[in-house]
Design a protein around this ligand. Structure first.
Ligand SMILES: Cc1ncc(COP(=O)(O)O)c(C=O)c1O
Length: 430
């Protein structure tokens, strides 16, 4: 059933005027959005570079963001988890075009800080559609949330309750519980989440302080590869709802957090598999009057961004009489590829242009050589792929890297003077 729905969603085209209008309103003034394939957007950029041959910075790395892909992910969510309202986790990619599109589509936002709340509000989000989902918050940020009427916020410890009592006594509090995150790429449980044996004490403290606790949240970990992690966590949340009810609370919100895989995950635990378990579990355990939200980040953005890097240098070596190569490209571990360290990603280069031949999407049928790919800084940790094979490439050729939209550009630094890459936009939905 899910596969069928999936196909319908993916094959839809924006022939409906409403869809075109939404995508149109999502455009930001002064930022052009192409209406071509990612391949053609990249080609146009490379062609423009060769015309400006002697301009400095011309071969800088660049990124193509496909807002149509973000839109397809929205449709997929609506089709497969219609009851669960997504609050986009801004931290995963606070790109203004992405945030604007999701705001236009009526999504909420999961914000981790004052700056992220500002992004959501400035984009037009209603404060009621924001959750300040950081269980340990700076006091002045809580006060800022109070000034802006951003009432929903998470907590997982008693000290936070005393702080919130001081700065925002009317906040709508969501108790983040600790659930099993052992089947996720990035485990968050060592830092956040109230162990279940502390729940009684926390709820009693909230009661004594006359605070308004409205529900439960959890996060199964980012990059979750076990669909049952979600259903087990929903079961635990149900237990906390029951406990709270017995203590006189009237909970109305369940927040199932983030951790949903992006569109590039087509094998193993896909979004479809998670939805097929999560949706029915929520329906079985929570009556329709309970509002259910989620905080997906990676899900919406990972597959929507492609990074293109220029080979700025090459070092040739002979290993056991076999030639091998070290390629140096102009975005690296301290830039967009920080996801290798912070997000445990394994990234794979593809040939974009070789000797002036545009090769996007092509399997070049020529001899491949063992090689490694390195970022541009002077640090030896700055290695993007230690061992792969590529055709023989030279300085000036290009590589591209798919699925670079989550936890990449947003957490990059300018170490060694390398700026974050320019972002170009296209919309492949039309
Ligand atoms: C509180 C919270 N919510 C949501 C997310 C988004 O997670 P994901 O990108 O895996 O959906 C994160 C990621 O760290 C998080 O810490």
């Amino acid at each position: 059933m899910h596969t069928e729905l999936d196909t319908i969603v993916l094959n839809q085209r924006c022939d409906s005027p409403m869809v075109s209008k939404t995508l149109e309103t999502a455009r930001l003034p002064n930022i052009p959005v192409l209406s071509v394939s990612v391949k053609d957007a990249i080609k146009q950029k490379l062609d423009s570079i060769s015309q400006l041959k002697w301009e400095s910075d011309q071969e800088n790395a660049f990124v193509v963001g496909d807002i149509g892909e973000v839109y397809r992910q929205f449709l997929r969510w609506k089709a497969l988890l219609p009851r669960i309202e997504p609050f986009f986790a801004v931290k995963s990619n606070p790109d203004p075009m992405v945030v604007k599109l999701l705001q236009s589509l009526g999504l909420g936002f999961d914000c981790a800080s004052k700056a992220e709340i500002q992004i959501a509000l400035e984009t037009g989000a209603d404060p009621s559609r924001i959750i300040y989902a950081n269980p340990c918050k700076q006091a002045s940020y809580i006060r800022y949330a109070a000034q802006q009427n951003v009432a929903k916020m998470t907590f997982d410890n008693a000290d936070e309750l005393y702080k919130i009592k001081k700065f925002y006594p009317n906040a709508e509090l969501v108790l983040r519980i600790l659930t099993d995150d052992s089947k996720s790429l990035c485990q968050l449980g060592i830092k956040f989440g109230a162990p279940l044996d502390t729940v009684d004490h926390l709820l009693q403290t909230a009661k004594d302080l006359d605070l308004n606790v409205i529900g439960v949240s959890f996060h199964v970990g980012s990059g979750c590869y076990d669909q049952y992690a979600f259903s087990e966590a929903v079961n635990l949340a149900r237990g906390v709802f029951d406990k709270a009810e017995a203590m006189g609370f009237n909970f109305s919100l369940l927040d199932v957090g983030g951790g949903f895989p992006s569109a590039d995950v087509t094998d193993g635990v896909t979004f479809e598999k998670i939805a097929a378990v999560l949706g029915p579990t929520v329906d079985a355990l929570f009556p329709p009057n309970i509002r259910v939200i989620a905080e997906p980040g990676r899900y919406f953005v990972a597959s929507a961004f492609t990074v293109c890097t220029n080979i700025i240098a090459r070092r040739s070596k002979i290993n056991n009489e076999q030639p091998s190569f070290m390629y140096y490209v102009n975005d690296g571990m301290y830039g967009s590829f920080n996801c290798i360290i912070f997000d445990h990603q394994v990234v794979q280069p593809h040939v974009l242009a070789k000797d002036g031949h545009f090769a996007y999407g092509e399997e070049l049928e020529e001899k491949h050589y063992e090689c490694s790919v390195w970022g541009p800084t002077c640090d030896s940790i700055d290695c993007l792929n230690k061992k792969t094979t590529l055709p023989l490439l030279s300085e000036g050729d290009w590589l591209y890297w798919n699925n670079m939209g989550a936890y990449t550009v947003c957490s990059s630094s300018q170490f060694n003077g390398f700026k974050s890459p320019e972002i170009l936009y296209t919309n492949t939905y039309c």
